[in-house]
Design a protein around this ligand. Structure first.
Ligand code: CNA
Length: 290
């Protein structure tokens, strides 16, 4: 890690140490899971969008477009079989977030990820807002009937054995396509996302909360809205930190003097934060458990 990033990471740790009652609001994306073996969308050469040419898509994002899925569901099956939860272990960064929970220093995690690795790390669901949904349950895209995880998972297994098979997951009521309850382009985000963010914003606007809530954004290109607007909406009184391989979004367009920019691999930053906070042994133990 470059010296400047190491210093910035220590600065974030110092802020946390000097404010022992402060809690963190994490806002995370695919970058915190790349070390688990799950490609992100937009990293050059390794990102999913770079590797989607085999799916013959009109444009890369089509694989997550609800109208495209209605007409051509198979590319999503192909992608889902690569990304399906259960094959991956949490990263050091996920486990650092778990430690924040265990130390009573976690306020909330807003995650764009659909890999459920926050839950698998042992973080309680009440803390985690899966802004783009997850594979944990399924939904009929026509009548919104909810189905258990296995409905899509079993069809995916059949697809993996025989990709030419046209036997897709369908609704018992209306024969609509059933898909994991992840948010596609053209679909609304869960109500829970907006409700929690409104309440967190209110809390940040309260007098005296300045040093009590610290925002840490990690592993995201901040290109997908409305998620990307969260850091923009953080009151200027509050500290924001970005842990990412590149400087992105509002941190690039409207940087604030108090921003702490850590241009690095999220796991390397996690390691330094744990060292500075004296949490290394616990982090190592958690890593060994997985
Ligand atoms: P993205 O647009 O692919 O951006 C990822 C960002 O993370 C980029 O800025 C990278 O430079 C950065 N990055 C990559 N690896 C690391 C690393 N090890 N340490 C630090 N930074 C890193 O992904 P976003 O999350 O911003 O985009 C939102 C999409 C991605 C959501 O709708 C997700 O559903 C979707 N997605 C999720 C997963 C997952 O669940 N793991 C995987 C792929 C895509």
């Amino acid at each position: 890690m470059p010296k400047s990033s190491e210093e910035a990471t220590k600065k974030l740790a110092k802020l946390l140490i000097e404010n022992p009652k402060s809690k963190v609001i994490f806002m995370v994306g695919a970058g915190i899971s790349t070390s688990c073996g799950i490609p992100d969308f937009r990293s050059p050469n390794t990102g999913l969008y770079h590797n989607l040419s085999k799916l013959n898509l009109p444009y890369a994002e089509a694989v997550f477009d609800i109208d495209f899925f209605k007409e051509t569901p198979k590319p999503f099956y192909m992608l889902a079989s690569e990304l399906y939860p259960g094959k991956f272990k949490p990263s050091k960064f996920h486990l650092l977030m778990k430690l924040f929970q265990d130390k009573n220093r976690l306020h909330r995690i807003y995650s764009q990820n659909i890999d459920t690795l926050e839950r698998e790390s042992g973080i309680c669901p009440e803390y985690v807002i899966e802004a783009h949904g997850s594979f944990a349950e399924n939904i009929c895209i026509e009548c919104n009937r909810l189905y258990k995880r296995d409905v899509f998972k079993n069809k995916l297994k059949e697809y993996e054995k025989n990709p030419k098979d046209e036997n897709l997951a369908r609704c018992e009521e209306c024969d609509g396509l059933v898909k994991p309850n992840i948010v596609f382009f053209g679909e609304d985000l869960p109500r829970r996302f907006f409700e929690n963010w409104d309440s967190d914003l209110e809390e940040m606007e309260e007098e005296g909360s300045k040093e009590q809530l610290i925002v840490v954004v990690a592993g995201t290109s901040l290109t997908v809205y409305p998620f990307a607007s969260l850091p923009i909406e953080v009151p200027k009184t509050h500290h924001r930190s970005l842990i990412n391989r590149e400087i992105v979004g509002d941190f690039l367009q409207e940087p604030r003097k108090s921003d702490i920019i850590i241009k690095s691999h999220s796991d390397e930053a996690a390691q330094i934060i744990a060292e500075e906070l004296g949490w290394t042994t616990e982090l190592d133990t958690l890593m060994e458990e997985f």
